[in-house]
Design a protein around this ligand. Structure first.
Ligand code: NAG
Ligand code: NAG
Length: 398
């Protein structure tokens, strides 16, 4: 049975509200963004505002003050009271309290959703938020049919097999691997594989790049949309689908009902019953041995919390606000930050990003693309800040 989860809303204290307004807005950047629908992370299928091909000024600015909070923000979240898996003394959980992100961090934020979350009361709370931020893009039957399958204790815990890998007195070390060109010829493969857990995302091409990026994948993060786009965009680089191994868990980033439908089919070994992926066979992506216990799904409260507190882009002040979300890689890295005792990040954007190609597997130099649905400059600044605070170790090469 799943661990019971307290669904009381986390109280929003005055102190956290103040941090909330002062910190993220001061880090705004000028990253020019143009939306391209073939970007693997594009959200062209999402309801709401369509992006235009040119950057637009903040046309629909709303009042931001201590009393007027736009209703789509929703800075109140479910509260999950789970004891830490280790007694690691100087792990992220204790370091964060002494860092400058202490006011943003909620240690009881649920990272993953599971069967016990699907209640009519939670549905009425979360259906106010669209896309990855809530359940506003799907019906209650689709939601509850899918989440009912995430009913084992493994579904609700990111590092569900820690008991078989380590012990309470050890510290859990995670490598989080983005696909950035900084990894090309880095020879970091062995170091990456030497961590307890290895997180990867989207077009993670391993064959031919083992020396630089390693071979293991314990957690693969994707949305159904980014997976389908990766299958198309990176086929020529050798991407054939998510990594498959005994230790691989699949972590859905649900930004559409497509994810709930795909997850249900994967758990039940059936074809996807409706929607854009109707008739697709999930074992083609996750292998014939995939079981419900290997599947996880990020909690919409977690995604909205990351957007609101860590990656509150100024895009939220524009008409593109409904297609903006933290990138898939950013969500993966911040999920590791909330799950592991130590996090090493590789292949994420650094201030020297222009020196490196977009991806480590690009055959020719390809500059990093900026799109309106993500704010990579804001993300880059966050990685620098977390690195300086000693909360992650960011691979910067130089
Ligand atoms: C989880 O749900 C499945 C499918 O309904 C059921 O067969 C299984 O017994 C349930 N497992 C637990 C641990 O409740
Ligand atoms: C627990 O893990 C720590 C750190 O990995 C290790 O040094 C220690 O020997 C382990 N203890 C036991 C009882 O296995």
């Amino acid at each position: 049975m799943s661990a019971p989860r307290r669904l009381a809303l986390a109280g929003v204290t005055m102190a956290s509200l103040l941090c909330f307004y002062l910190l993220p807005w001061s880090q705004l950047t000028d990253g020019l963004s143009v939306f391209r629908s073939d970007s693997p992370d594009s959200e062209s299928s999402l309801g709401g505002d369509r992006a235009s091909p040119t950057p637009s000024p903040a046309a629909h600015a709303y009042v931001l003050g201590k009393t007027t909070v736009p209703s789509f923000i929703g800075d109140a979240y479910a509260n999950e009271d789970v004891p830490p898996q280790t007694d690691c003394r100087d792990g992220i959980r204790s370091r964060v309290l002494r860092s400058d992100v202490a006011g943003l961090f909620l240690k009881n934020i649920p990272v993953l959703q599971q069967s016990t979350d699907a209640t009519p009361a939670q549905y009425s709370r979360l259906s106010r938020y669209v896309g990855a931020n809530g359940w506003g893009s799907l019906t209650y039957p689709v939601l509850s049919d899918a989440l009912a399958l995430l009913n084992s204790s493994a579904n609700g815990v990111m590092l569900d097999d820690w008991a078989s890998r380590g012990n309470r007195s050890g510290c859990i070390r995670c490598a989080v691997v983005g696909n950035g060109g900084i990894l090309k010829d880095s020879e970091k493969g062995e170091e990456i594989d030497g961590h307890h857990y290895v997180f990867r995302t989207n077009g993670a091409v391993l064959t031919g790049f083992e020396k630089d990026v390693g071979v293991r994948t314990t957690h693969y993060t994707f949305s159904t949309n980014t997976l389908m786009n990766s299958m198309m965009s990176y086929a020529s680089a050798g991407y054939r689908g998510p990594p498959q191994s005994q230790e691989t868990r699949y972590v859905f980033l649900p930004d559409h009902d497509r994810d709930y439908l795909m997850m249900k089919a994967a758990a039940q070994h059936t074809l996807v019953e409706q929607g854009r992926e109707q008739g697709k066979d999930p074992t083609a992506y996750f292998g014939k041995d995939v079981t419900a216990a290997k599947l996880k799904m990020y909690h919409p409260d977690f995604i909205r919390y990351l957007r609101n507190r860590f990656l509150r882009s100024k895009t939220l002040k524009t008409k593109h606000r409904n297609i903006y979300r933290p990138s898939t890689g950013a969500i993966m890295l911040l999920a590791a930050l909330h799950s592991c005792d130590r996090v090493s990040a590789y292949g994420f954007m650094t201030p020297q990003y222009k020196k490196y190609s977009d991806h480590y597997y690009d055959k020719q130099y390809h500059r990093v693309g900026f799109f309106i649905n993500h704010d990579l400059m804001l993300e880059m600044n966050l990685w620098q800040r977390l690195h300086r605070a000693g909360l992650i170790t960011l691979y910067m090469r130089s």
